[in-house]
Ligand binder design. Structure first.
Ligand code: SF4
Length: 663
């Protein structure tokens, strides 16, 4: 059995300096000392300072302080607003801001027009203080996941930016964030501001946890750097059977973990930057005492129970059911607790209806509480792992998945994408892959069931990126292929005019477009397609030609049925009277449209009951006049009309013979 105490455990240089400064002030200053926030995150230490006359206050209390108050700024630093308030109130202060933190304040204050970026915990006082120093736009991101959600794939930002990190940020995550942001901001200045004390401590705890059965992290649960150390130790412990990590505030917390400590053959102790050396020593001593205790009868009995560890997957038996949780018997000394949120993400499920005492249930052990003899369980996380396997398999096979859009993610005013859930697995779909046109709202997608493909996957981080667009593209391609396969020359369609060009028009026929050439659009002289068609117009067309290689479809429009001569002769005969529209004037007479695309000639001699030298004397283009059909020449496709015949019935009889047919 061995106990190793980390080289970097306990106060970091910044905290040591702050503690030394407050000790000096307590000794030398004969006036009340007010510390802005807890000097360090350690209950015992804080209580001691309080007893010795230090009052811990929040920034909003500054206005109420007596004139002779001495305000102490801790190692985290503070905001510019607080400094201005101190100045305005004329209060004395001791600034114990850690020099590493001061350096980031300086970088922020000198960022000028560049956007100031910091990776860290936005609620942490250190980050809030740093942000307040930036003169321009300042943004904080909690890690890679937030960055991925904020910047859709392909985002490029040309404006300059400065990137920093909270001093106690996780070094591995910081590296990933840097890599990601470098691809977004083209003019980026990176300052690696993670404090070396933090980095050394994090590296050391990983190495210690890898070589120990049990890693004990000493510190407060509200100390950012302590919690990060514990997370690293936990992560290492979860990756190997039989390893554990504990977070304790003082030695008094240790007896609750007596059996865990005694089971361990190698133990490492580390501590957050705010843990005093005396507490670390006490933990070390108590640990050694526990390890050397004789096993009691009760402990030997306990040892006979099956032993489970965090991360173990087991089948338990439900021993109690309530609306909020299930109790699960695991055959161990711990009672398994499976709370609603660890069973399902869905709301409105009645556990008492769905689960019954005696039912078996698959669970994973999440957290042991030896003090109250319980272990928190999760069945949802097991499902999550199954769902993740489904997502992974779909990425490898290209299979299309179906899920529900749970969230629409925005970055400032723009839409970043949506999150689709596949069971408990979450898949991010960037706006560019949503199938919604650029710039349009993604809100209508929320709650919808969508088909998507996985286009990128990060196994380590369990993150997947999907595409609805890829599915739509594939569906469109399949439907086009099926359409082409069934296409035959002569096949008729009612198409819709989609685009009008000088040389013809594109007409949509189902999933594809075909081209109607200009020559197909008129029977007589060629007319510009824009004169004949309008966008959106329905058109009866047929397939004239289809090239399977190029997928080009030539459509025909002219058929014997819509030949104007057929339409004319079906409807009219010599002697019929019709309304005609004057379309052009010639020296010898006026041409007038009888039906679309078919004109007849009203010769000068037939325009009026008086001599006409020029048709413009009696009609103009656009006039609609009544005329009688006085001649039809089917061979030369000419029609003669007469207005005069209707004015002089007597003369009408002779008209056909007199009216020459003109070109
Ligand atoms: S962890 Fe580093 S940055 Fe923070 S107070 Fe300590 S020395 Fe300063």
């Amino acid at each position: 059995m061995s106990i190793t105490v980390a080289k970097y455990a306990g106060f970091c240089p910044g905290v040591s300096r702050a503690v030394a400064l407050i000790e000096k002030a307590l000794k030398e200053q004969q006036r009340p000392i007010y510390c802005l926030g807890e000097l360090i995150h350690n209950r015992v230490f804080i209580e001691d300072l309080r007893r010795r006359g230090v009052t811990f206050i929040e920034p909003e209390d500054l206005e109420k302080l007596p004139k002779d108050a001495l305000v102490f700024i801790r190692a985290h630093g503070t905001t510019e607003q607080v400094r201005q308030t101190l100045f305005k109130l004329g209060l004395d202060s001791i600034d114990a801001t850690c020099p590493f933190v001061q350096k980031i304040h300086k970088i922020a204050s000198e960022s000028g027009d560049a956007e100031f970026l910091i990776i860290g915990d936005r609620s942490h006082p250190e980050v809030q203080g740093i942000l307040s120093a930036a003169p321009g736009k300042a943004s904080v991101y909690g890690g890679l996941a937030e960055l991925e959600a904020a910047f859709p794939e392909g985002t490029v930002i040309e404006t300059p930016a400065v990137l920093t990190a909270q001093t106690t940020f996780h070094t591995e995550e910081w590296k990933k964030c840097q890599k990601f942001i470098k691809n977004i901001y083209k003019h980026l200045q990176i300052y690696d501001t993670i404090c070396s004390a933090t980095e050394d401590r994090q590296k050391e705890v990983r190495a210690l946890a890898e070589n120990s059965d049990l890693t004990v992290v000493v510190g407060s649960k509200n100390s950012s750097n302590t919690v990060k150390l514990f997370r690293i130790a936990e992560e290492v412990a979860a990756s190997a059977d039989g390893k554990r990590a504990l977070l304790v505030e003082t030695a008094a917390d240790l007896p609750a973990y007596r059996d865990v400590i005694r089971r361990a053959t190698s133990i490492s102790i580390t501590a957050g930057a705010s843990a005093p050396g005396s507490i670390i020593q006490e933990v070390n001593k108590t640990m050694a005492e526990i390890m050397n205790e004789e096993a009691s009868f009760a402990e030997l009995l306990e040892a006979s129970f099956k032993t489970l560890h965090t991360g173990d997957k087991v089948v338990g038996t439900i021993s109690a059911v309530s609306a909020a949780e299930l109790k699960v018997d695991l055959g161990t000394k711990h009672t398994g607790i499976l709370v609603y949120d660890e069973i399902t993400d869905e709301s409105g499920i009645d556990l008492t209806e769905k689960y019954h005492v005696g039912d078996q249930i698959d669970v994973v052990c999440v957290k042991f509480n030896d003090a109250d003899g319980t272990v928190q369980l999760s069945s949802k996380r097991l499902d999550a792992s199954k769902n993740w396997e489904t997502v992974k398999a779909a990425y490898e096979s290209g299979e299309i998945l179906t899920g529900v859009v749970k969230e629409v993610i925005r970055k400032e005013e723009a839409y970043a994408g949506v999150v689709v859930t596949k069971g408990t697995a979450r898949v991010f779909i960037p706006a560019s892959q949503s199938g919604i046109a650029k710039g349009e709202s993604l809100d209508p997608l929320k709650g919808q069931k969508v088909n998507f493909k996985i286009i990128d996957l990060n196994e380590e981080r369990k993150r997947a990126v999907g595409s609805i667009k890829a599915v739509q593209r594939a569906e469109k391609k399949a439907s086009e292929e099926a359409f082409y396969a069934s296409l035959e020359v002569g096949q008729k369609f009612t198409g819709t005019v989609r685009a009008i060009m000088n040389y013809g028009a594109f007409v949509n026929i189902g999933p594809v477009d075909g081209m109607v050439h200009i020559s197909e659009l008129s029977w007589g002289r060629l007319r510009p397609p824009a004169e004949v068609l309008t966008i959106g117009q329905k058109l009866e067309v047929f397939v004239k030609h289809f090239d399977p290689e190029t997928k080009r479809i030539s459509l025909g429009y002219k058929t014997p049925e819509n030949d104007p001569w057929k339409l004319f002769t079906d409807k009219y005969a010599i002697g019929d009277v019709c309304d005609v529209k004057v379309v052009s004037l010639m020296p010898f007479g006026a041409f007038a449209e009888i039906i679309p695309e078919l004109d007849g000639l009203i010769h000068n001699t037939q325009l009026a009951d008086k001599p006409v030298n020029n048709p413009g004397e009696v009609v103009k283009v656009g006039d609609v006049v009544k005329a009688k059909i006085v001649g039809i020449d089917l061979d030369s496709k000419r029609i003669n009309l007469s207005v005069k015949a209707l004015l002089e019935p007597a003369a009408e009889e002779e008209a056909p013979a007199e009216a020459p047919v003109e070109e």
